[in-house]
Design a protein around this ligand. Sequence first.
Ligand code: HEM
Length: 239
Amino acid sequence: MLSTLYTFFAYFAIVIFVFGILCKIWKYAIIPNPLKIPLTPAPTNAIGVVIRMILDVAFFKSLFNSNKFTWLGGVALHLALLVVVASHIRFFISPVPEPIMLLQTFLQSIGMFIGLLFIMPIVYLFIRRVWVDRTRFISIFADYFVLILLFLIGLSGITMKYLIRPDLAAVKTFILGLTSFCPAPIPTNPIFITHFTLILILLIYFPFSKLMHSSGIFFSPTRNQIDNPREKRHVNPWG
Ligand code: HEM
């Protein structure tokens, strides 16, 4: 019964996640940009725009220029997210390819820190949001909600790693069952069920949340426009 429920819940969450993101991207792509508004100093050609985008996406350059403390928390959180994703690949692939095995061995050797690496920036960004007057003033429930959700996912992950170990083979069988459309029973470890439930909530929430900044940034006119209003006339779609 629980397994059937979670199988439906998981597929439902994935459908909302994928279609939600695609719909949002479609909306971002077709929305007209009536004005030329690149954030200065802006690149004057397409290559410059690509370089600017890469620097922003990979190193959060514009955040670095505006606030070093927030930059530190942001970079730490996103790097930790990358490491966490890498350390989870083994649950989704069988057999695990050699390079990923090597990466996995490395991650396991620093395993103690992965959970903390993930949780610490979340706590830091949460404290900053409450502590800094002007950040608190502009914060809404959604800003706290996403941090709390990620924190709880990390906390349940760490609990599984150090306190209440799930049967990792059963976890893998369950996940591979989902990905191959041959559902297997969900492991009964309550912390795993909590971890998994929180992840499904995250998947459903993602397309409607500020987490869409991950794709929205590519459509941001302040970043993706070329600063060439004199060389090339910008036509307002309804002008
Ligand atoms: C369906 C997807 C997922 C499954 C099946 C899963 C399962 C697990 C399991 C079984 C562990 C314990 C690992 C161990 O004992 O070595 C764990 C740890 C953890 N998980 Fe997940 N997880 C998933 C997705 C996520 C996501 C999306 C995040 C973050 C947003 C996340 C964050 C963590 C963290 C921070 C840990 C602790 C890692 C450590 O301390 O080494 N998990 N997860």
